[in-house]
Design a protein around this ligand. Structure first.
Ligand SMILES: Cc1cc2nc3c(=O)[nH]c(=O)nc-3n(C[C@H](O)[C@H](O)[C@H](O)COP(=O)(O)OP(=O)(O)OC[C@H]3O[C@@H](n4cnc5c(N)ncnc54)[C@H](O)[C@@H]3O)c2cc1C
Length: 145
């Protein structure tokens, strides 16, 4: 099989990259050795720039619908005094979805955009022609190479 791009790692980086490339018309294969939904070591904080991207990609409502907490303000600590700064009413706020939710949502959005997804599939090597990488070696969930 031939793809324009093969993305290894289907979590927040690989899922969103695949989503954007598939929407741009590229043939994309996204693989991960893990199964989804599954957790990974991480905090839950998405800063505002990330939340704005989720909105631009049409995924913010789905993240909010998962019931993930909004981070409604922050504390500025001057040492001698601490100020509690609330967020503006109605404004976007940082969010705190679990990775089981966020990564799975991005993966499904990438698949909806036309990305082929192979889970429990590991990259085991690269095929090259001189300096150029021309393909990948994979091992699927059944151990097939
Ligand atoms: C303790 C901790 C707290 C953090 N807190 C935050 C936070 O609050 N907010 C924030 O924005 N960031 C946080 N980060 C950073 C954040 O977790 C990472 O930036 C983010 O996980 C990177 O996402 P990723 O999709 O690039 O990779 P990862 O989430 O690391 O996913 C990589 C994927 O690649 C797959 N993979 C790897 N090798 C192969 C292979 N050979 N074949 C097939 N699949 C493969 C793995 O199975 C995995 O699913 C935190 C990180 C840590 C460690």
């Amino acid at each position: 099989m031939t793809y324009d791009v093969i993305v290894v790692g289907a979590r927040c980086a690989g899922g969103s990259t695949s989503l954007l490339m598939a929407r741009a018309g590229l043939r994309v294969l996204l693989i991960d050795r893990a199964d989804f939904p599954s957790d990974t070591v991480s905090g839950h904080m998405i800063k505002l720039a990330g939340v704005e991207r989720l909105q631009r990609w049409g995924l913010l409502d789905a993240v909010l619908a998962s019931g993930c907490p909004r981070i409604e303000g922050h504390i500025v600590d001057f040492g001698v005094q601490r100020l509690q700064v609330p967020s503006d009413p109605g404004a976007l706020t940082p969010l705190a979805p679990r990775r089981t939710v966020l990564d799975d949502l991005l993966l499904h959005a990438a698949a909806d955009a036309g990305t082929d997804v192979a889970l429990q599939t590991s990259l085991t090597g690269l095929l090259s022609d001189g300096d150029r990488v021309t393909g990948v070696r994979l091992r699927d969930r059944a151990g097939r190479r």
